[in-house]
Write a protein that binds this ligand. Sequence first.
Ligand SMILES: Nc1ncnc2c1ncn2[C@@H]1O[C@H](COP(=O)(O)OP(=O)(O)OP(=O)(O)O)[C@@H](O)[C@H]1O
Ligand SMILES: [Mg+2]
Length: 227
Amino acid sequence: MLETTNLTKIYRNRNKKAGGVYALTDVSLNVKEGEFLTIMGTSGSGKSTLLHLLAGLTDPTAGSVRINGVDIAALSDADKTRFRLRNIGVIFQSFNLIPTLTAEENILLPSLIDRNKKTAKNVTKSELDDLLKTLDIWERRKHRPDALSGGEQQRVAIGRVLVMKPAVILADEPTGNLDSVNSEILCKILRELCTARKRTVVLVTHEKHVADFGDRTITLKDGRIAQ
Ligand SMILES: Nc1ncnc2c1ncn2[C@@H]1O[C@H](COP(=O)(O)OP(=O)(O)OP(=O)(O)O)[C@@H](O)[C@H]1O
Ligand SMILES: [Mg+2]
């Protein structure tokens, strides 16, 4: 489902040709459909860099990322954007909701951006209602983000990802701003998506109890897989 081969990222200095930061070196990974992989490692070990490369948000210096056999770095910008919108969902520590839209409007946003009539993933009313209920934000659906708790805002952010039914869900410290109760709710939702719906999840965390929800953990050290 998700495969990286000798993935390497060097952040070059702007003014110098040589040198730069070796953020990730020779990372080869294979994540199966329905698998829940967690990534741990100290600050600066390359976790976010790896996740951004998997999401196609940045291009590798060397090596490749394949999702369902597609080499994302080889796609044109327009194709990459389309591929990402339909196949990859990204969840960050900050919720990045649009403050002027209600919870349900925020969730529907990606489906409105995907305007290609032939292939757009139209969301039916009952699908939206199911999603709001699954995430336990049905009662709060007409509220704007500033009237929602942190846990509710994060669940809206997840709803916005799930509405496109992505095969791959990438999460960078999604529990970073949540208390332990909301953190566990989020982990259970992600676990359920893997087990019951065969979604593939890659989650970065520095919390062992969060990593324990996954099937397998890799630890990065100085940009390499240490464990
Ligand atoms: N845009 C950038 N330009 C230059 N260096 C960068 C850039 N982004 C990250 N780095 C460097 O690359 C290395 C890996 O960073 P990364 O953000 O992947 O670490 P991380 O494991 O996610 O850390 P944290 O746990 O603190 O979030 C670090 O040394 C960082 O300073
Ligand atoms: Mg990070």
